[in-house]
Write a protein that binds this ligand. Sequence first.
Ligand code: SF4
Length: 330
Amino acid sequence: MYMASIISVQNLKKQFQVGGGLFEKKEFVNAVVDVSFDIKQGETFSLVGESGCGKSTTGRLITRLIDPTAGKILVNGQDVANAKYGELTELRETVQMIFQDPYASLNPRMKVKDLIAEPLVIHTKFSKQERERLVYEMLEVVGLNVEQANRYAHEFSGGQRQRIGIARALITKPKLIIADEPVSALDVSIQSQILNLLKRLQQEFNLSYLFISHDLSVVEHISHRVGVMYLGTIVEQGEKDAIFNNPQHPYTQALLSSVPIADPTLRREKIILKGDIPNPKNPPSGCTFHTRCPYAMDICKKDIPVMEQVNGKQAVACHLMNGIKEQAQV
Ligand code: SF4
């Protein structure tokens, strides 16, 4: 099913300056510390983690809504991480974004047909008639109808607005959609409609998704592969089934322990993590999870664990894995 990588993100970093006013000390926050992953054609890769873990910042870096501090973003083999605004044609043609709150991203004074056509006006030379034809086609693709084209965004429900957001993202025929919490503002029944729509569109257009969510049930439903983020770093990544059925990193295990299981005969023991997520302005040394990890060892306070493949399906950054591998070699 999968083909070549649509995008390859390598050692991406983003540091924000906070403070630094006239009488303030300059401080820096590492929102994204060292993130690497590939997404293949037709694949959904999800980034999951608690609020503030850097997953949304990663999405915004890839679309160049914000500029990275370091690292590479290879789109069809071309590095766009440091490209100037005028040189981002490849990125704009390949990558589009769907937002959590489509209403905030839709101009209330524009008719739906103009909202959906806007990216065509910016990025293509299609005539007005051609744009209109494409917009009407796209309305049907996302489950809206042509009669709704002359209405305004406030006349639609939350789910319908997200369909408008999806139509707007798809109209230029991108290959990769970055969907940042696209269903978290919707009712549960509407969530599944939008998730099923995204799945159908993936099949129809061979789309790739970078899906960003804090909701593990949603991630389990939509993903092929998953990356689990903690304090700006991916701590575990791999195939969805491996991550959900056999999590290896203590943080992934704790996150998943709070997800209800559909089978009432099965129970999961809930792992309660001690403390809160540390302040990213002053992250813990070594493994940044050591202040909350039930298995923390001395080495965890000193050495940053390296991401290593632990089996054919998942890679983990944890010193416990070294012990397991050494035992396996004895
Ligand atoms: Fe826990 Fe140490 Fe593994 Fe970090 S490296 S997750 S602190 S065991």
